[in-house]
Design a protein around this ligand. Structure first.
Ligand code: EPZ
Length: 433
């Protein structure tokens, strides 16, 4: 198994470029199955979750061509059929459920394996199913598969019980070719929801109001081919902003949309970190001293849940006591025990973490439990005295392109090694002293 070896204590300095947004790409690539003509998608991040989704699309008949650098994908879904989408990989990624909305929307029929739960909570899809049923589909869940079928799909007025990103996108996909108008109330407003709608509209869909409290989708007959570029990943950008602050560094983060980072920027400035904005970049700098804060993760434009673990790692070294409440998922503090093993002082009470700032952390061997938790452990390792090892980096590589290479490009002493490769591990430790 691959792991990262990290020697902490080096302030990050220099420039890093952000890749395309994972949570946009998953919705956009699945949305390509709605269209009989070829589409070209640019700025696709080269990460494992995208690889898995594209393989699943090929299995149901899509023709997928990737550019040599992997960042441009041409998809021809003309010959796609709503065969059961089920393979061991697709079960592991959340984005697979977007194929239900896309195949149901195009063929009025879809059979897709239920994505597994995740370490951050049960991750139900009842709101997705409620939306499909309100459009006229019969939906059954059996043998680990979601089976949806409809004589026809007719627009309806759908009210989401919570601002679910996945349900908002999935209902948009299913309603794009439905008869009449669909209204989604209480939708998610995340930038990636807007990005998926913009892609659909570039193919001739008629979707208005994404990013606001009401989305209106007027069904169209069919879609046409398009070339579209995915927005930058605001969570990857936020992760590097926090890593720069945590190490007391000075980093310019390029290819970002500053508006999408507002909640993160505001929090960093509040605790004394320097943040300067340009049109498509942010500069983050810190002298290493930081204040404490309180925050609760909320749907966009609130503080993003996907930045919660990284923020906790940053606040372990802040002066005073900080309080972070997880407002979206039921079980997103599993990684805290790993930080405590590095000397952090954190108490988790229900969905709240109380963090008492300490002078410093010491390196330890830790295990990533999910994508963002893994990124948080790496950030803690970058600040810690001595060598840290983060295991299960495959979680991290699901959502971060070349993570350790981008960090090394900023001066971090980090290397990906095979945990069986004793020689490589010994060599790193000798070099790191
Ligand atoms: C998306 O997950 C992202 N994943 C998550 O990012 C992100 O944390 C989350 O949105 C919130 O922003 C992808 O886009 C692939 P939700 P999703 O539906 O769509 C409950 C990452 O690290 N809920 O907005 O699954 C749900 O349990 C990942 O990149 C229902 O109860 O999230 C959660 O408590 C982690 N029923 C809350 O709503 C439903 O039908 C928000 O979930 C749907 C959701």
């Amino acid at each position: 198994m691959d792991q990262y070896m990290i020697k902490g204590g080096v302030p990050l300095r220099g420039e890093v470029t952000i890749s395309g947004a994972k949570n946009s790409a998953l919705g956009i690539l699945a949305a390509a199955a709605l269209c009989e003509e070829p589409v070209t998608i640019k700025n696709v991040p080269e990460i494992k979750d995208i690889e898995v989704l594209l393989r699943a699309m090929e299995e149901i008949g899509a023709r997928v061509d990737r550019s040599s650098d992997g960042h441009t994908v041409k998809i021809n879904a003309g010959r796609v059929s709503p065969l059961a989408v089920d393979n061991e990989y697709i079960r592991k990624i959340r984005g697979s459920y977007y194929l239900i909305g896309a195949l149901l929307g195009r063929f009025k029929k879809a059979q897709v394996v239920l994505p597994g739960g995740c370490d951050i909570g049960p991750r139900p899809i009842d709101q997705h199913i409620k939306g499909f049923m309100q459009l006229g589909a019969v939906v059954e869940t059996k043998h680990g598969m979601v089976m949806a079928e409809a004589e026809k799909l007719v627009g309806n007025h759908i009210y989401l019980d919570m601002a679910s990103v996945g349900a908002t996108i999935n209902i948009m996909l299913a309603a794009t070719l439905a008869e009449g108008q669909t209204i989604i109330e209480n939708p998610a407003k995340e930038p990636h929801v807007v990005d998926v709608a913009n892609f659909l509209n570039s193919m001739g869909a008629n979707i208005k109001g994404t990013g606001t409290d009401v989305i209106r989708i007027t069904g169209v007959e069919k879609l046409h081919g398009s070339t579209y570029s995915i927005i930058p990943d605001q969570i990857e950008a936020g992760t590097f902003m926090v890593a720069a602050a945590a190490t007391g560094g000075d980093v310019v983060i390029r290819n970002v949309i500053p508006k999408h980072l507002e909640a993160i920027t505001a929090k960093l400035i509040e605790i004394g970190v320097g943040v300067e904005e340009a049109d498509d970049a942010v500069r983050v700098f810190s002298n290493g001293r930081r204040g404490n804060t309180r925050l609760k993760t909320l749907p966009y434009p609130g503080f993003p849940t996907d930045m919660q673990p990284q923020m906790v790692a940053l606040l372990t070294l802040s002066e005073g006591t900080s309080v972070i409440t997880e407002g979206i998922f039921e079980n997103r503090f599993k990684y805290v025990d790993e930080l405590v093993r590095m000397g952090a002082s954190i108490r988790v009470e229900g969905n709240t973490a109380v963090i008492d700032g300490v002078q410093g952390l010491t390196g330890a061997t830790m295990s990533a439990s999910d994508l963002r938790a893994g990124a948080a452990l790496v950030i803690a390792g970058l600040t810690a005295e001595g060598v840290s090892i983060v295991e299960n980096v495959s979680y991290i590589e699901r959502g971060y392109e070349n993570f350790e290479k981008k960090l090394a490009g900023l001066g971090a002493v980090v290397k990906k090694v095979d945990s069986e490769d004793e020689r490589a591990m010994r060599k790193f430790r000798l070099k790191a002293v």
